[in-house]
Each structure stands twice: as structure tokens, then as C-alpha cells.
Design a binder for this molecule. Structure first.
Ligand code: TXA
Ligand code: MG
Length: 323
């Protein structure tokens, strides 16, 4: 009995599928970050997600599907959308597309578009297949905090508010999916992620609008709000270590392992590998957020490929304290 209690709310996929079918909500692994999942067609379950996260209803959710048949049951796919799906799914790309009726206003915040993605994590795909339902899942963190990349992160922050957690190990990408608005002209990059804008442009044969949103009173993706993904301790970014005041004795995160690391030094990757850095980013921010007394510094990534997504998340985490 004691063991069972300690295990709760971790469970296998069959139990998780039963929870989904009966209107429950729970933490699920994807290749990007952990999601907080429920049946996207069940309005009261979707409401529970907003309440567990403390997320405003104006912020729409991504609907996760396991195959093209399910994808086309929730949204209208243009030829370009089909091309991107063919190339990047299953994988970390979310497309904003015209929605179909089975997806309610609660999921899309009243927009006539829906965010759709086919994740590649085998356990998430199996869960969607077993439940037979499209699954809406925002990242499984309290609204505004950094996303979880392990099942334990989900348990720590939301364990007492949710029905179950499926442990699928550490997330492979470590930052949230790339989001592209397919319904605007030109098509627009709403959130940089593991798939670069250039990769998408080369499949489409056209340029995306990559300018960050200016009008933040009506953000198309609140994940694009300036202060988001924030740790609670003060985070300051730097490019060159000489920018750090010599009097600073707190924690410093380097992009790669420094030559002579000191006890207050941490690093996102051993050799400056951007994928490894992305994978470690949120876990390291969480760790330092717990131990840091006087705030900490973090070095920006080289601004190409997934480095663009890393710098985007870091910039949002830092901004909170500029206000
Ligand atoms: O990698 C990911 O995308 C993760 C995993 C769990 O799949 N999910 C995730 O969800 O990051 P969330 O809710 O934390 O971020 C989704 C973003 C939000 O900023 C939301 O505003 C935007 O997608 N979004 C959803 N539907 C939209 C729509 N119809 N139009 C514009 N933006 C939308
Ligand atoms: Mg999120």
C-alpha cells in the first residue's frame, strides 16, 4: 500500500488511456517537453487543464494526433500543410490551421483556427491511439513557469492537481515545438523550436514572416509574451563572460564546459552541442532556480538552428525582471 501511494500518480499507458476516456487529465511525455493531456473533445476535461495550470482561457491549446486521418478530422489541411506534415511529422512542428467542428471554442480560445501537432514520442503516440481521441496538451507547468522535461518535474509542480503521469524518460528535444501559422499571408513563425524556420522555408519554397510579434495586447500565441518560461530567481543573460561583474559570486551557466570550471560554474553541454544544450536547458534553469540565493547568469547560444529557440526561451525568462 505504501509503495502504491509513493508510485501515485505514475501509471502505464492503459491506465492513462482509461483516465483520458473518462475525462481525466495527466502528464504525458513528448519529444519536446511534457504535456498536460486530456481528451480534446471533452469540454469539462479541457477546463480542468486550464484550472490545474492556472492558465487564462484566452490562451489556446495544441491538439495532438497520432495519424493523418485523425489530423484531418480536427483541421482542414492545405497542400502546403500536407507537405510540412509529410516532411516533419511525427515530430516537433505545430501548424495553425482552420479548425473543424469537433474541436470546441474552449480549446481554441474562440479562434476559428486550431494548433495541430503529431508528436514522435512512442508512448504519446500509443496513448493517443489507445484512447482513440485527439489529445489537447499544453506544456505541463504552472502558467508562466519553465516547461517540464522529466516526469519528476511534472510531479513536483502539478502532482496533486492531476489524475496520472506517464513516465517516458527525459525529453529528447528539451524545448517546445516550432509553431507556424499556416493561415496568414505570408505564413508566420509564431514560436521558434527544434525545427528551424529555414528547414520549413526550404520545404515550402517561400519565406516565413519571422518578425517577433509587436502587439502584445493581442498575442497570437501567449507563449510569445515577453515574460514567459520564467524561473523565480533573477536570470541575467550574457554573451561574453567579461560582461559578468567581477564581484559576482553566484551561479553561472555556460553554453559549453569552461576550461577551468569553478564550483559555481554549470554548463548546458560538454562541447557546445546545441541539441544537447536545448535538452538540458529547462532542467538546469529549474535546478539553479532552487539553489540560487542572488540570481544567476546564463550564456546565450549561437543564434542558429535550435540555438534560436534556446535564446528565445532565455530572453523571455530574463525579461520578467526588467519590468
Ligand atoms: O512542444 C510543444 O508544443 C508542447 C508539447 C506538450 O506538445 N506543447 C506546448 O503547448 O508547448 P503550450 O500550450 O505550452 O504552447 C502552445 C502555444 C501557446 O503559446 C498558444 O498560445 C499557441 O500555441 N496556440 C495554440 N493554438 C493557437 C491558435 N489557434 N492560434 C495561435 N496560437 C495558438
Ligand atoms: Mg507552455
Amino acid at each position: 500500500m505504501k509503495d502504491f501511494k509513493q508510485q501515485r500518480p505514475f501509471c502505464d499507458i492503459n491506465v492513462a488511456a482509461d483516465f483520458i476516456l473518462s475525462g481525466g487529465i495527466g502528464g504525458v511525455p513528448t519529444e519536446t517537453v511534457y504535456g498536460l493531456a486530456c481528451d480534446a473533445t471533452n469540454e469539462s476535461a479541457v477546463r480542468k487543464i486550464f484550472s490545474a495550470k492556472g492558465r487564462p482561457f484566452i490562451d489556446p491549446l495544441i491538439v495532438h494526433v497520432c495519424d493523418m486521418e485523425m489530423a484531418e478530422s480536427v483541421a482542414h489541411f492545405s497542400d502546403d500543410a500536407k507537405k510540412l506534415a509529410e516532411k516533419f511529422w511525427a515530430g516537433p512542428l505545430t501548424m495553425i490551421l482552420p479548425k473543424k467542428d469537433c474541436i470546441g471554442d474552449i480549446v481554441t480560445a474562440g479562434f476559428d483556427t486550431v494548433a495541430v501537432r503529431m508528436p514522435s514520442h512512442p508512448m504519446m503516440l500509443e496513448l493517443i491511439r489507445k484512447s482513440g481521441k485527439p489529445i489537447s496538451a499544453p506544456s505541463a507547468n504552472p502558467f508562466g513557469y519553465v516547461s517540464p522535461t522529466t516526469a519528476e518535474h511534472v510531479r513536483e509542480q502539478l502532482g496533486d492537481k492531476i489524475d496520472f503521469i506517464v513516465d517516458g524518460g527525459e525529453c529528447k528535444c528539451g524545448v517546445e515545438s516550432t509553431i507556424v501559422m499556416m493561415t496568414s499571408t505570408p505564413k508566420k513563425l509564431l514560436r521558434p523550436g527544434p525545427i528551424s524556420a529555414q528547414e520549413i522555408e526550404s520545404v515550402l519554397g517561400e519565406e516565413l514572416d519571422k518578425t517577433p510579434k509587436k502587439n502584445e495586447a493581442h498575442p497570437q500565441a501567449p507563449g510569445m509574451l515577453k515574460s514567459h518560461y520564467s524561473p523565480k530567481s533573477r536570470l541575467t543573460l550574457f554573451e561574453n563572460p567579461e560582461e559578468i561583474p567581477s564581484s559576482f559570486s553566484g551561479e553561472i551557466i555556460f553554453f559549453k564546459r569552461p576550461e577551468n570550471p569553478q564550483s559555481n560554474h554549470y554548463w548546458l553541454s560538454e562541447n557546445g552541442n546545441p541539441q544537447e544544450s536545448a535538452r538540458n536547458l529547462f532542467a538546469l534553469l529549474r535546478k539553479l532556480d532552487k539553489i540560487s540565493q542572488n540570481g544567476f547568469y546564463c550564456q546565450k547560444a549561437p543564434n542558429t538552428d535550435i540555438g534560436v529557440a534556446i535564446n528565445d526561451r532565455l530572453a523571455r525568462a530574463e525579461t520578467k525582471f526588467d519590468k
